[in-house]
Design a protein around this ligand. Sequence first.
Ligand SMILES: Nc1ncnc2c1ncn2[C@@H]1O[C@H](COP(=O)(O)OP(=O)(O)O)[C@@H](O)[C@H]1O
Ligand SMILES: [Mg+2]
Length: 391
Amino acid sequence: MPKSIDTIPPEVPHEVTARLEGVTKVFDNSTAVDNLNLDILQGEFFSLLGPSGCGKTTTLRMLGGFEEPTSGRIFLGGRDVTYLAPYRRDVNTVFQSYALFPHLNVYENVAFGLRRQRLSKIEISRRIGSMLEIVDLPNYEKRRATQLSGGQQQRVALARALVNEPALLLLDEPMSALDAKLRRQMQVELKRIQSQVGITFLYVTHDQEEAMTMSDRLAVMRHGRIEGIGTPHDVYDSPSTEFVASFLGASNLLDGTLVGRDPEHATIKLGDATLVSIPVGRMPDLDDSSVAKVGVRPEKISILAQGAKTPVRHNHLRGRVRVSTFTGVGNQYLVESEFGAEVTVYAQNIGHESAPRSGDEITMAWPIEHTFAVRPMQKTHDDNDEASEGD
Ligand SMILES: Nc1ncnc2c1ncn2[C@@H]1O[C@H](COP(=O)(O)OP(=O)(O)O)[C@@H](O)[C@H]1O
Ligand SMILES: [Mg+2]
């Protein structure tokens, strides 16, 4: 980029709360964040989702001002803040460890940020009272931080950040210390709080369920880059890469070769010569005869009754049930297709079908519109590390 461009005022639209423009961060020759471009919109709940080490925290720290990018620029509210100190940015952060002041009570913990703002005592007390209502901790003002449960401490940390009414709230895996049940409860709560206060949230997590349930939009990161971005619905239903398809929810991904196309559909041949149709809008631009992975989500597949014909506008595949598991809400089947690939099927427990058993020969069918294709992923050593990671 020519130097003179710095002097031209940037055109950041009003509705963009935060913008990353070609942001790269290199630590000792290793690239943590790789030429990231991202707009976070006013009032949205946006999540950065990805495995450990993909660059989420580094991205957040650059937005917060705790880290300088190696190159690229960062805007907050239309202003270039790339090299601005954290305290001069209209941003607050909730970290994984809440870092409350243990010797202070809840009121003083929440008041901490406000005290620097020269507000009247009455105004401070009013704001704290209303914020403790919002995070559902009314009448907790006098409690010490050490007398609170993990979930309550997290609410105080949230109140302490939100009470400053920042333009952007950064949250770095704030629920990772909570147990699974409390975490699910807090997901609903956090979403409610965000809608109530209307502050833009940038939430970082490696937990796909968390990102899906709370976000207006999310981005899936891998190796410092964004591989997929959109509403949870869009990214789930039309994943742009194999990594996104397998990181966000469960996917069946079957090896195939592109053998034909018309303006609306492409045809991919699977290992046993079964042909499947894919809407062209749900696949990358592939050359003829290139290899691809055909994707379909397990809940989109139905198992046809014996002798039933494949419904129109459906793809189908034959196989043998290897494992059938009753999960309460439904049945999960592991089916071995005729050409050896394994396919997972989730069938809802709605009670009117006779469930196939293991060993049964069956036909699976799913709507063409729910079929997608991705390029096969270049696996790296890192991906193996990522896959084995979890907590
Ligand atoms: N201060 C640092 N010095 C050197 N390497 C770092 C530093 N911070 C992060 N990294 C490296 O950058 C990569 C991305 O890290 P991070 O942003 O923490 O990922 P995430 O939050 O997605 O787990 C990792 O490989 C990590 O080891
Ligand atoms: Mg992190």
